[in-house]
Design a binder for this molecule. Structure first.
Ligand SMILES: Cc1ncc(COP(=O)(O)O)c(C=O)c1O
Length: 387
């Protein structure tokens, strides 16, 4: 079956944070929340469950755990058991639990920059200390990319560092770390007694047939020091259903993680389980086609920027549906995000992705091509008076 990722669904006036924040007249492309319809199998399963009419406390279906175990084996040749799984309502919740499970106030939380803002802010939530290692910006033919700076990484680890929250695949750059890079970072952490929390929420949005490597799948030793976080939320555009999962193979670490959750963190609700199960069971064909659509959107954006806004420099993401755009040579006074918004498009504010990051904006491209084209055209018009 062919799925239509170009169908425009009206989300205005509903419950969407993305569409309500800036109100009418602004096209929102800021948060990583897609505007594409979820797989029909997910919609059908939710409707069916809703029609049952009784919504009591629900346990996770055993078949879901079995499916996740099989998924890790099939996709990554990574052997886990159902005991290793811990369900959480969200990945942000998941890495905040991880910080509390392994560090106390004053402890160091290592992160890379630029980075997804809630990862950068996790330490502060628990009176811990943020320790940053910058990624290296490289540019070629108007396209920007980021490389791991291993010296910066090891240099940022101190005796106080307790946890490294890795964003992999990387938001906002779309970089997919390779086996060597992941192994080097993991060993540097293990040598210094640092637990790795690998946020792999974007692990299924891998473009052009590339392969994602879960950090914990690198070796059984690395798995013993790693908390992995995954979810169907970005993959199948169901973030509002509130279902995510942690994989923790070290029983002591898992016990600490569950202890922090005790009495504080609920598991997913009925619709989270139903949606996740339907998505993983029946969503593969939809997912395959969504990746083609997202790669097409990425190529369209790169082409548009090169042709019509060469003063901007854009990433060529290997994963995610996010574009990261350097606006520092566009002659914009002040914050580019605020500037573009005056012309009708709300982008992600690069300043939230790390204090030293500079004049960047992030574009969420999980949308019909026509919306992406509208947003890019608004950006082009915004730059006209500056050229
Ligand atoms: C890297 C990363 N982690 C976590 C999240 C959000 O996770 P959740 O909504 O499950 O808390 C996002 C959403 O953009 C993200 O990009």
């Amino acid at each position: 079956m062919r799925y239509d990722f170009d169908a425009v669904v009206d989300r205005r006036g509903g419950d969407s944070i993305k569409w309500n924040l800036y109100g009418d007249g602004i096209l929102p492309m800021w948060v990583a929340d897609g505007d594409v319809l979820s797989p029909p199998a997910v919609i059908d399963a939710l409707v069916k469950r809703a029609q049952h009419g009784v919504y009591g406390y629900a346990g996770a279906p055993a078949v879901l755990a079995d499916l996740l175990v099989k998924r890790m084996q099939d996709l990554y040749n990574w052997t886990i058991t159902t005991d290793d799984l811990v369900y959480v309502p969200g990945v942000v919740t998941g890495f905040n639990i991880a910080a509390r499970a392994v560090a106390t106030p004053g402890g160091g939380v290592l992160v890379q920059t630029p980075n997804y803002p809630p990862i950068l802010n996790a330490a502060a939530n628990h009176d811990m200390v943020t320790q940053t290692a910058e990624l290296k910006l490289v540019e070629k033919n108007g396209v920007i990319d980021y490389a791991l700076d291993m010296d910066a990484f090891t240099g940022a680890i101190t005796d106080d560092t307790k946890i490294f929250i890795l964003c992999h695949p990387h938001n906002p750059t779309g970089r997919l770390m390779n086996r060597e890079e992941l192994t080097a970072m993991a060993h540097a952490c293990i040598e210094r007694g640092v637990v790795i929390c690998s946020d792999e929420i974007h692990c299924d949005i891998i473009l052009d047939g590339r392969q994602h490597i879960p950090t914990a799948a690198l070796s059984p030793e690395i798995a013993q020091h790693t908390i992995t976080l995954m979810a169907p939320s970005k993959t199948f555009n169901i973030p509002g259903l509130g279902f995510s999962f942690a994989i923790i193979q070290n029983p002591e670490l898992r016990a600490k993680y569950k202890k922090v959750m005790g009495g504080m963190v609920p598991h997913a609700g009925i619709f989270g389980y139903v949606g996740a199960l339907a998505a993983y069971e029946h969503g593969q064909e939809w997912l395959d086609q969504s990746l083609v659509h997202y790669a097409g959107n990425r190529d369209f954006a790169i082409d548009f920027v090169k042709k019509h806004m060469p003063q901007l420099h854009i990433t060529n993401p290997e994963s995610t549906y996010l574009s990261w755009v350097d606006c520092s040579r566009a002659g914009i006074e002040g914050n580019p995000k605020e500037y573009f918004q005056k012309f009708g498009v709300a982008l992600g504010d690069g300043r939230n992705f790390g204090s030293q990051v500079g004049d960047f904006v992030r574009i969420t491209m999980a949308c019909p091509r026509s919306l992406l084209a509208d947003g890019l055209e608004m950006m082009r018009k915004a730059l006209e008076p500056l050229s």
